[in-house]
Write a protein that binds this ligand. Sequence first.
Ligand code: PRX
Length: 626
Amino acid sequence: MDHRIRSLSEYTQAYDKSVENPEEFWGEIASSFQWKKKWDDVLNWNFKGPDVKWFINGKLNITENALDRHLETRGDQVAILWEPNDPNEPHQEITFQQLHEKVCQFSNAMKNNGVGKGDRVIIYMPMVPEAAVAMLACARIGAIHSVVFAGFSANALADRINDCGAKMVLTSDGNFRGAKTIEVKSVVDEALEKTSTVEKVIVFQRTRTEVTMKEGRDIWWHEAIDGVSSENEAEEMDSEDLLFILYTSGSTGQPKGVVHTCGGYMVYTYYSFLNVFQYGEGDIYWCTADIGWITGHSYIVYGPLLAGATTMMFEGVPTYPDAGRFWHACDKHQVNQFYTAPTAIRALEAHGLEPLEPYKLDSLKVIGSVGEPINEEAWHWYHLNVGKGNCPLVDTWWQTETGGIMISALAGVTPVKPAHASLPLPGIQPIIVNSEGNELTGKNVEGNLCIKFPWPSILRTTYGDHERCRQTYFSAYENLYFTGDGVKRDHDGYLRILGRVDDVINVSGHRMGTAEVENAIDEHPKVIESAVVGYPHDIKGQGIYAYIIAEADGIEDEIRKTVTELIGPIAKPDKIQLVSGLPKTRSGKIMRRILRKIASGDVSNLGDTSTLLNPEIVEELKSGKV
Ligand code: PRX
């Protein structure tokens, strides 16, 4: 583990070197991997295109580095430790050797079913080890995976299949989540009625739910691998060949397919994993995310396996069979690093301390947080009751687009400060700008968070629409990547993320575009117009508040159903207020500032409303607040 930084002075040294000589810095880290052919140049970039390339003309396969490379030294070490939804069902321990065999075998099975390099494959699966096998098998044969969170609706799934023109879908019969069994295959069937590119569907049997299998299209996973060889030569990939597409919401339009490529993503997820969590030989690391999100990609599958770590995967939910499940699993498997989301912490905090009492939690060395700002109260609760006051709590800020953790303490190496993501990782050059794009230097400043230099796992494009990528991230400020987040640099020089400054809301750590939710609401036949904003929510961080002009009363539940059908339950408005109008400027733009204030119950100072076309509507909105 040569690239692990072990002291504050080593951090400073590494950081300075990464800024002064980024190519040498990253070239050295990349050299520790197996390349089929070494790169010619480390980096070539401009943010105008944008056009960013790392490890140019290097050839590799990421799975050789996540699997084959470890076989000699750690073939018998557990790679994936799987804890099922039901604590009474046996857990699974899959060694690097076994994982390698499974991935090779499934790679061959996919090839036998007509998928090869460059083809897009949708993965719509529960949190079972086969989901990781599916991702790695795609990477091994050079197919581009796009994992879709298995809570998305058939419509949302169809949109993603169509956007990337997927040839294959990997799925399961059903999904165990807490006390519920959720249908999965039937959702895929419905989605496939709206798509025309998918030729084969491979179905993993998990719940034994009855499903229909379409002749010629659908194959059971166990039949697809039956008798298939577990030897497979990994495809040679260019550093900049696509590794995966992951759809995420933005402030406008449909979700976009964020593209990550093989070489840079490999180097950065490995390096950030090792350093943020300070993973040591023999440790058990657990990230509670779902592989449907970037956190699951980078810090359940790729980062840990590249670092030769034992990574735990959990199928269930934090409150099943009771609110002590996380702590039960930590003790049972002697977890050393535990990484979860503030929304889970707040939900568990609401159950009090009793669920924690039976557990020791004495194996924990590092605890982490990701996905949304962690409020100080939740930070202290987590630090004190889970970390017992002596585990460094790393608050990790990053995004689907950044591929890896950007701003975070390195556990036990750099200081932590409650509710602060703190300092950038080596290689990351954040700057704060005001709305005119001028850099705000010094301490005690607040503004928009941008990054001024590329890092290896920066997104390369948005699939099929490069101009959208440029517009969204590289056009607000010249020569800067704009994150969409507000940030404060405090008097100690530590960074605190303040949340989104665009029309994106963060519900339980899930990103939702307000426009996307509005479009879904507007599909209800009785809806004339809608406006969606976020409001502070005790557990979810932000809740979804929808103001709706409709032709009928009492249709709130129907509207929620429409949104669930079009996107999924995570996009369902928490509050719906039926209104007779929306506050609009003379040019017809909805004044969201007013809607946000009313939704958050902060009506003392609504600012200047005299420029509204319909100022009288404000009183109605205030008095009808739900
Ligand atoms: O607003 C920031 C918030 O989540 C957004 C990125 O969401 P997504 O692409 O879904 O990735 C989530 C997991 C990496 C960011 O723009 N966010 C993420 N982590 C933090 C955070 N906000 C505050 N603190 C964090 N640690």
